[in-house]
Every structure is written in C-alpha cells, then in structure tokens.
Design a binder for this molecule. Sequence first.
Ligand code: DP6
Length: 332
Amino acid sequence: MDGGATAVARAHSNIALVKYWGKRDATLNTPAVGSISVTLDALYTDTRVTFAPDLAVDEFWLAGCRSDATRITHVLDLVRGYAASMGLPTAGLNAVVSSTNNFPTGAGLASSASGFAALALAASGAAGLALPARELSILARHGSGSAARSIFGGFAEMHAGTAADGSDAYAEELLDRADWPLAVVVAITEHGEKSINSTIGMNESKASSPFYQAWLDSADGDLAEMRGAIHDRDFTRLGELSEYNCLKLHALMLTTRPALIYWNAATVAAMHAVQGLRAAGVSAYFTIDAGPQVKVLCRPGDAAAVQHAMALVPGVHEARISALGPAAFRLE
Ligand code: DP6
C-alpha cells in the first residue's frame, strides 16, 4: 500500500471547566455556547488512518473490534472534500480507521473528544493535507463538539461562533500547560457504557428543560470569569467556577424530560469527599461530564492526597492522576 496514504495521530482527552451542552446547528454541529477545557495527559486516543483503493466502504476498528463508522465517514467525507479541492488522489478513496483508547470508552471520559481530534489529524494527514490547527479544530468539531478543543494542549477555549457556515466555531489555546501546571484526578466509578450519549441528551435538554434558556443566557458570564481566573492563575476562582458550572449543567440535565441522571452513588460520594478535602484545607474541586466519573482539579502538589481520598470513596474503582496534556500530534 502507498505509504503516503497512511497517518497515525495521538490526541488527548479534555474536560470542560465551562461546559458545552446544546447545539446552535445540529447539521454543522456548532455549539450553542462556548466552552473552556483543560487537556489531560493521562487519557488519549491513537488513531491510524489509511486511504486505500480496494475498500468498498470506510471501516472503523475500535480496540480491534469492527464498529459503526457513520460519524467517522462524516468526518472522512469532509476530508475527501478538501482533498478533491486540492486535486489529491485520496479524494476518491475509502479508508480504514483503527483507534485505541488508553481508558474505558463511552463512560464519560470524553473518548469522542480525543477520538475525533485524533481522527481529524490522522485523516487529513493520510489524505495528504497539512491543515492549520483552526481547520483541524473545525474538522474535529464535525465529529464531536468537545473534540474541537482536544486539538490543543493546556487550556483551550471553544467559540460558539455566529457564522451560518460554522467557520467561526473552533477552539484555540488559551494558555500553554507549562504556564500553569495543574493536576486532575480522574475517579472512575463505572467501567460500562453510559446510557444516553451527549448528542441525544443535549438535544433533549434543548427541547424540554425549562432551564435551557437560563443555561444559554449565563454562559458568556461564566466564560469571561473563567478566562479571568486563568489569566490571573487564580486557582480558587477557577475551581469554584468549575464546580458551579458543572452543577448548573447537571441541573439542566436533571430537568430534562426524560431526566438525564448521569450520576451513580459513588459519583455523589466523591463530590462529598471533595468538599471534605476542602474542609480539611486541601484546595480541590470536582467536575463531571455526561457520565458517572468525577474529575478533581487540584494543584500538582496536592494530587497524591486527592488521589488517596478518591480511592477511599466506596464505589470508586480507580483514581488516576493526570497532568495537563499536549496538543494533538502525529505519531507517523
Ligand atoms: C458534557 O462533544 O460529546 O462533555 O458534539 O454531540 O458529540 P457532540 O457532544 P460532545 O458533548 C460533550 C458534553 C460534555 C461537556 C463538554 O465537554 O464541554
């Protein structure tokens, strides 16, 4: 097979401190609100993409198992479109995509974020394109909104944008990870697949929660405050705002019909344990996405104590310490 038609990329997962929930345009997958995240060093996806003439369809292999390629094909079609406009031969070819995560898939650890960021970089590279980070971010967004942020390392902000074609809905780096080292302890309370995926859940929230409009109206204020906390390296402000924004999101989820209850008993116990840590003088703050896992933000010097406290929570299977991660990069 022509070596020029293969590329391998690694992208790290991220967790939002100010969260994305709700779409402005479902077809373009533009978010209704901006978001700010940190990229995680400990959780990543490696993806190999090969465009080849002998494939009847796109194939997607996740951890060695043939999986549904619908969303993958959507991103590959955009890559083929770019390739066609450049007159590249990969424009007319299907692809084999093989991905592995170093963490449980589909359990609220943002596998779609790292997965589609790795796909955007590997697929564009395999097609023979050298896209700038902004274009990669837009490409990743078409796969999953949160993936737009995983193109970048450290602290990243996703812009909701206003353009009808989605051209201003991309992420960019706010701060390099070296400029403010933080740690995130990931407490895994469940290894299984989550019940309702984010895409479906956020559409249901938009359609049914009386809190949805308030969620939209308060987003810009949270984003501005978070930018300020990052700019000032104010960890207390960053942590308090992260918890507040997370609980606001879960209030929106809980008031969706049917209700989106992503927490289990260990999730709630972990939240109380984080409050207990603070009462004991350890500066730690939780955040939770569309799943039962709890991520605890802390300073690197407190990470071991936070990990220890999380591991003691009944129902927590594993607590992993992560530093902030790098931007997506090519392995081959
Ligand atoms: C709760 O990016 O998974 O993690 O764009 O529909 O694929 P789609 O949604 P997705 O939603 C992430 C939601 C969240 C918050 C966040 O990461 O900002």
